[in-house]
Design a protein around this ligand. Structure first.
Ligand code: CMP
Length: 142
């Protein structure tokens, strides 16, 4: 089934100038980038995006980190995009991520883990709509 998922290249990835390397891996995996842009999240935007984690002890640190520099937000499309992108990213903790995954190759720590990817199709739709307007989303079949 064709799906769309939402991806963030976190500040550690942008800082290290590896946006292209990461997008290449995404394309090589068979996913298609249907929208992408660089942005610098405000504190409020980060807090709202990560609202599901607001009770976690690392919430403040997480929002601080995600607003520490620019990020690249993207919409990815492909067969089973949500699950296949999570597989490509690897485990949240880079030291536990399987060989060949983006986080195993580039992740620095559980916080500075280079990537975010939606965990469910339902959250993917919410996250895409949070960062992209309808006019920014092309029909990739055309
Ligand atoms: P992400 O997929 O963006 O969603 C929530 C993020 O919280 C997760 O990636 C991690 O980067 C971050 N996170 C999870 N656990 C911790 C932790 N113990 N300390 C700091 N950040 C964490």
């Amino acid at each position: 089934i064709m799906e769309r998922t939402f991806s963030i290249i976190k500040p550690d990835g942008v800082k290290r100038n590896i946006i292209g390397k990461i997008l290449a891996k995404i394309e090589e995996s068979g996913l298609r980038v249907v929208a992408t842009k660089t942005m610098h999240m405000s504190r409020r935007e980060a807090e709202q995006f990560y609202a599901v984690h607001s009770a976690r002890p690392f919430f403040g640190e997480l929002c601080e980190y995600m607003t520490s520099g620019p990020v690249v937000v993207s919409v990815l499309e492909g067969k089973n995009a949500v699950a296949s992108y999570r597989e490509l990213m690897g485990a949240t903790d880079p030291s536990k991520a399987s060989k060949g995954t983006i986080r195993a190759e580039f992740g620095l720590s559980i916080g500075e883990n280079t990537m975010h990817g939606s965990d469910t199709l339902e959250n993917a739709a919410i996250e895409v709509a949070y960062f992209f307007s309808g006019t920014e989303l092309v029909n990739s079949a055309k």
